[in-house]
Design a protein. Structure first.
Length: 69
């Protein structure tokens, strides 16, 4: 899982891309999102889980947006 951006704003106001990859199958999903808030990112993750099932673990690059405050 990783967040890409800030990219050029789309007509719908999205400026970031949330990327989730299944480690086993290498299947990637990318979601255009307006910001990096916990609520928006968690929506992407939950959508991915509903479609493909919950993983045993989640790997990230431990970016600052994943640090609990």
């Amino acid at each position: 899982m990783d967040l890409v951006g800030k990219v050029t704003r789309t007509r719908k106001g999205n400026e970031y891309i949330c990327v989730l990859v299944d480690y086993y199958t290498k299947w990637a999903e990318a979601y255009a999102i307006p910001n990096k808030s916990a609520a928006v990112v968690s929506r992407c993750i939950i959508n991915f889980f509903y479609r493909f099932g919950a993983p045993k673990r989640i790997l990230t690059d431990q970016g600052s947006e994943f640090v609990n405050q």
